[in-house]
Design a binder for this molecule. Structure first.
Ligand code: COA
Ligand code: MG
Length: 304
């Protein structure tokens, strides 16, 4: 699967930002039709997204667009019009506020029809956004709802609204969480989602951090998501991309540590041993699996 360390959200109606995004270091670009687009600009934004998808060379970027919810007047048309016009350029569609596997089935069946009608052989993927209490409760069934699903995305601001959690910062996107709750306010929700994602071979992506003038806060939020098993994080501003990419990439120290573990394991296997000591630490099969995962990730990103 293509890396999605960073997913830059780009308002559909602001065309100059499409170019800025294309030339940025973000792994994935999400052209948005949902919450960053005012209601009276939805149709205009849809046209601009189609135009951008068709007229630019998106190269190695992972290309996504976020449709409006299926409970709005816009969602079904976003799906139909954008996919029919630009399907071959699109890697995946982000479906917001999924509450039920039926939402995924609907999108997936529509895609079946459009792809058959057009004779396209490449299948478009789905990113399922988990951002309501109902959605989190059904997260395992949602994760299994279609083999088109590539990732689950945790949307913290809408999730907070859905459970009636207090707004503690200007944007509601991930700030000051550790100040009002011992530990991390979203630990359970994020872990619940990551479990469903990984149990079904999907990537887990964290919501954006709303204060784009706070690199330290962003770094901390990204590091926490990474520690919980997340593969990447959305960005809402180009200044956030480098920090997120760095956080979700194995560091040279990580790679060196993994190499030591794998070397030690190789030697241990020759000697017929299971667990061995490396620099005073126990290394067993579980450590080797972790190191192997990191090694593969580094290779995937071209770091080794
Ligand atoms: N994608 C691409 N380019 C972006 C961008 C984005 N998300 N956010 C900002 N930029 C560009 C600006 O156009 C500007 O380009 P320029 O230097 O060529 O003029 C540059 O980056 C610096 O932007 P800045 O002036 O610091 O920010 P702003 O006041 O123009 O925009 C926001 C601030 C928050 C309105 C804007 O970042 C934004 O719309 N973010 C995305 C919102 C979104 O997608 N929300 C839904 C997420 S769930
Ligand atoms: Mg949302």
């Amino acid at each position: 699967m293509k890396p999605r360390r960073t997913v830059l959200s780009v308002p559909g109606q602001v065309e100059k930002m499409h170019d800025k995004a294309l030339n940025s270091g973000s792994d994935a670009i999400m052209l948005d039709l949902e919450d960053s687009v005012p209601v009276d600009m939805k149709v205009d934004a849809r046209g601009r997204i189609i135009q951008s998808l068709l007229s630019r060379d998106w190269g190695r970027k992972t290309v996504l667009f976020r449709m409006n919810g299926l409970d709005t007047p816009f969602g079904y048309r976003d799906l139909l019009e954008v996919v029919e016009a630009a399907g071959p350029v699109i890697d995946a569609i982000v479906i917001p506020k999924i509450n039920h596997p039926g939402d995924v089935h609907f999108v997936s069946r529509m895609l079946d029809g459009i792809e058959l009608n057009k004779g396209w052989t490449q299948r478009i993927g789905i990113e399922a956004s988990i951002e309501t209490a109902v959605g989190l409760e059904a997260v395992s069934e949602i994760a299994r709802a279609s083999d088109r699903i590539q990732t689950l995305v945790f949307g913290v601001a809408d999730y907070s609204a859905s459970i009636g959690a207090r707004l503690v910062s200007l944007s509601g996107h991930g700030e000051k969480e550790t100040e009002i709750y011992p530990g991390h306010r979203w630990h359970f929700a994020m872990s619940r989602m990551v479990m469903a994602a990984k149990a079904n071979g999907l990537q887990a992506i964290d919501a954006p951090y709303g204060n784009f003038k706070d690199p330290e806060g962003l770094k901390q939020a990204a590091a926490m998501a990474c520690a919980l098993g997340y593969d990447g994080k959305w960005a809402i501003h180009p200044d956030q991309i480098d920090i997120i990419n760095q956080t979700f990439s194995p560091s040279p120290e990580d790679i060196e540590r993994a190499r030591k573990v794998l070397d030690a394991h190789h030697q241990a296997t020759i000697q017929g041993l299971g667990a061995v000591a490396v620099e005073g630490r126990m290394v067993d099969q579980a450590t080797v699996r972790l190191a192997g995962l990191l090694w593969e990730q580094a290779r995937h990103l071209g770091l080794i």
